[in-house]
Ligand binder design. Sequence first.
Ligand code: HEM
Length: 413
Amino acid sequence: MTQDSIVRRMTDFASRADPYPVYRELRGTPVLHEEEGGPYVISSYWDIEALLHDPRISSDAANLAAAGDDALLQSEETGGLPPSFLRLDPPEHDRLRRIANSAFGPPHRPRRIDGMRGELREIVTGLIDGLGDARGIDLVDQFAYPFPVTVICRLLGVPREDEPRFRAWVDPLVASLDPGTRQGADEEFARTAREARMQLGMYLAGLAEERAKEPRDDLLSDLVNSRGPDGAMTMMEVLSTSVLLLIAGHETTVNLITNGMLTLLRHPDVLERLRHEPELAPRLVEELLRYEPPVQLVPQRTCITDIEVRGVTIPKGSRIWLVLAAGNRDPERFKDPERFDPDREDIQHLGFGSGIHICFGAPLARLETQIALTELARRLENPRLVQDPPPYRENAVLRGPRHLEITFDGIRP
Ligand code: HEM
């Protein structure tokens, strides 16, 4: 890669706090292919949207490995389990997603999620109350990080007394997927992550066995006992789906909450409005998913035949990167795209992807973030940023602050 390579600058840590100037430059070449064997990088909204719906574009882990992908997520993520439906093409993808949908409730009818509203508020209240009489916090460590993992525990049906153990396994597992942490990782760190992955797998397998014998009202019971027209999931499929939900729904949600609070602290008028007008939350969260999406790009795609995009032929077997965050600020799609505007009406963003792999957990992620931001706005008195920009994680795909230090004058009841 040359010194002025756009791909290099885009993934370079120096761009993390503000990658948007590089994305603007990227959109100048909507199909960018900088070097032999490198990815084809797509940055315009309409091209990304079309390719996410194109059956010639594969998400299959085996195709990606054949294309020489060196990204995270391969065997390390799955820890010996079969690939999750995120890394499968139809028909297998559709079969597993349909079974999972019947347990979770499809996006337009997320019964299990709607029923969790009260529980989510209770978890958020517990986290804020737990701050005691503090006048400052690291929002990542003390709030955004513990929240989604507790939610997943409740959703899957992990008994409350096991939650601390469960969290203790998830922490090193999620940390080991962050390339920033992995680069500096020592043998001890890698061993802890491997051990945690194994313990978690064994724990989930034990719990799934119990739920097979004695079902309860939880997601794991529904997955284990699924008996619809698509048949049942095997025990290994149940485990890989559970681990997928855990991993796909963790750091993404942490980053949406943290990017969200950071954006609100940079727009104190909107923060103040949210405090008095909680009904703003749903639209605000959609605009955040457009303006500061936690998943900046989808790098795990290959094409299974030659395809043509804007007159450029992308040869069969090439890797394709779809830069969701660049599409989300494409002036051909959004009016005044660089402006954060929670009153925006036309807000069909790419923050959850699109097409058959569109985020499965979107209803949950939306609700979690709406409740988290509304409660933070309501309860923290006069919150202020300690450092702007805050320190960021290394990760160019899942982008978000590593820490977000906030001070405030008190906590309202
Ligand atoms: C897929 C974003 C939260 C579960 C995706 C995709 C995106 C995304 C962009 C598409 C990936 C692709 O096309 O390759 C997000 C964001 C979230 C979030 C920004 C939080 C703000 C969650 C949560 C869960 C979840 C809470 C589960 C509890 C999944 C699953 C898939 C997925 C299972 C794979 C769907 C499939 O392959 O059919 N997510 N996600 N996500 N997400 Fe999320």
